[in-house]
Write a protein that binds this ligand. Structure first.
Ligand SMILES: [Cu+2]
Length: 186
C-alpha cells in the first residue's frame, strides 16, 4: 500500500472513532429523570471516554511503531563493518570516487565529504530512480550504508545547487556480480 493509502485509512478510522463519540454523546444527552440518574450517566460517559481515548492512544502507538521505516542513515561513529568502502568527495564540479566498482548484494559504505561547498550525493539506479542519498559537506564525513540488489550502471548526481557547473556533476558506479574467489561465491 502506498503511504498516502495508509494515511487515508488511518485518518478515516480515527475520524470514524471521533464521530462515534459525538453520536453517542448527542444521543445520550438532555433526558434525565433526576440528579442521581444524571450523575450516574455522566460517570459512565466519563469512563467510556477515558477507555475510548486510552484505546485510541494505544492503537496509535502500535500503528506508529509497526509502520516506522528504519532510519536510512547509519551510525556515524566507528566502523560500519561493510566489506566495501568508497570514499566520495564532491567539489565544483565533479565527484571523485575512490572506486566505481561495487559488488551486488554486499553492503557498501560510502564516506562522503566535500572539498568546497555543500553538495548532495545522490545515487540513481539505471532506470533513473533515486536509491539513496546523503549530504556532502566540507570538513565533515557523512557515512551512508547501502546494499545494491541489482547490477547495472548507477549514476551519482548532485542534489544541491552548487554553482553554474552543478548539472555536470555526474559520476557512474558499476554494480557487478560478486567476484568468484576460491569457488566460495556463486
Ligand atoms: Cu554540487
Amino acid at each position: 500500500m502506498t503511504p498516502q493509502g495508509s494515511v487515508w485509512i488511518i485518518s478515516l478510522v480515527f475520524i470514524g472513532m471521533v464521530a462515534v463519540i459525538f453520536l453517542f454523546t448527542i444521543s445520550g444527552g438532555g433526558r434525565f429523570a433526576n440528579a442521581a440518574e444524571k450523575d450516574h450517566v455522566e460517570r459512565r460517559m466519563e469512563l467510556i471516554r477515558v477507555g475510548f481515548f486510552s484505546a485510541m492512544m494505544i492503537a496509535l502507538i502500535f500503528v506508529t511503531f509497526f509502520t516506522l521505516v528504519r532510519f536510512p542513515i547509519p551510525p556515524q561513529q566507528g566502523s560500519l563493518g561493510a566489506s566495501q568502502v568508497i570514499v566520495a568527495v564532491g567539489r565544483q564540479w565533479n565527484w571523485e570516487l575512490s572506486s566505481n566498482q561495487i559488488e551486488v548484494g554486499k553492503p557498501v559504505e560510502f564516506e562522503v565529504t566535500s572539498d568546497d561547498v555543500n553538495h548532495g550525493f545522490a545515487i540513481y539506479d539505471p532506470e533513473g530512480e533515486l536509491v539513496t542519498q546523503v549530504q556532502a559537506m566540507p570538513d565533515v564525513t557523512n557515512k551512508l550504508l547501502y546494499t545494491f540488489t541489482k547490477p547495472g550502471t548507477y549514476h551519482v548526481l548532485c542534489l544541491e545547487y552548487c554553482g553554474v557547473g552543478h548539472p555536470t556533476m555526474r559520476a557512474d558506479i558499476h554494480v557487478v556480480a560478486a567476484a568468484t574467489q576460491g569457488g566460495q561465491s556463486k
